[in-house]
Ligand binder design. Sequence first.
Ligand code: HEM
Length: 280
Amino acid sequence: MLITRHAEARAVLADPRYVPPPVRQDGREGTLAWLRAHVSRFSTGETHAARRHLVVERLAALDPAELRTAARAMTLERDGEWRGVPTAVLGTALGVKDTSAVAAAASGYLSGEESPEADAAVAELLGLTDLPAVTLLLQGHAATEALIDNALQHAAARPGAPGDAPGPAEPGADVEALLRETLRQDPPLKATRRLDTRTGDEVTIDLVAANRDPDVFAEPGRFDPARGDTPHLTFGYGVRPCPAPAHALALAAGVLEAVLTASLRSPGDGAHSLHGGSHR
Ligand code: HEM
C-alpha cells in the first residue's frame, strides 16, 4: 500500500503496530548485516526504545551551535569542497578522528545491499568507536549531504528571485529558511517503509507527496523559503522520528553559510544574502 496523504502518513508513523520491515539477524559479527540487526533504526518495541535511548544520550552531549561553527570553518578551510565535512565534523564531536570509512559503510545501511567493501568499512568503524557512534555517523551521512545538495540547487535556481521579501537581518537566518523549505519540498529520504503487524502487508509512505499535501500546505508546489516552520514529515514522526534534526540542520547550515557566502560575494560589493543582499 502506498500512502501519500499527510494525515494518513502521520497516523501510520504514530502507530506502534506498524514496524520497520525486519532485517536479517544472522549476519556475521562486524558485518553490515550484523550492524543492521543491532541498531535502533530497524528494531522494534523495547529493544528499539533501549537502543534509541543510547543514541539520544550521545546526541545530547553534542551542541548543534558548535557543529555549525565547525562545519562552516572546515568548509572554508577546504575552499568550499564541502563533501565529507558534515560527517568529519560529527565524527570529531563524537571522538572519531577518521571518518573515511563512513561513506562506504553508509551505502548499504538503509537498503541492506551487502558488499565486501561495505562489510570492511563497517568493521573498520567498529574498530574505531562504539555502536551508538557508528549508528549516528551512518544515519546522518547520506541524508545530510543530500539535503545540502538539494539546498544548493534551489539557491542556484533563484539567487535574489524577483518578488522575494527581504530576508530577516539575523545572519544565517536566510540559510535556515532555505534549508527548511528544501526539507519540505525535496526530502533527502523520499520514502520510508513499514510492516503492518496485523496483516503482514507492507506500507510505503511517500514523504514527497505527504509534504505537498494540499490539505496542509498552501500552494504546495511552490518553493517558498518564507513559509517558516512547516509540519513536513522529512524527519519522520511518531514512534521513531529522527532524533537529530537540530544536529542535521546545524551541520547543513554551517556548510551552506560557507559555500553561499563565498559564492555570492562580488568584488567590492561585500557579501550578499541569499535574497540578493538588498536589505543589508
Ligand atoms: C537531513 C538530514 C536527515 C534526515 C532527513 C533524517 C531523517 C530521518 C528519518 C525520516 C528517520 C526515521 C526513519 C523512519 O521513521 O522510518 C531518521 C532516523 C534516525 N536518524 Fe535521521 N535524518 C537526518 C540526519 C541525521 C543525522 C545528522 C543524524 C545523527 C547525528 C541522524 C540520526 C538518526 C537516527 C539515530 C535515527 C534512528 C532513530 C530510531 O531508530 O529511533 N539523522 N532520520
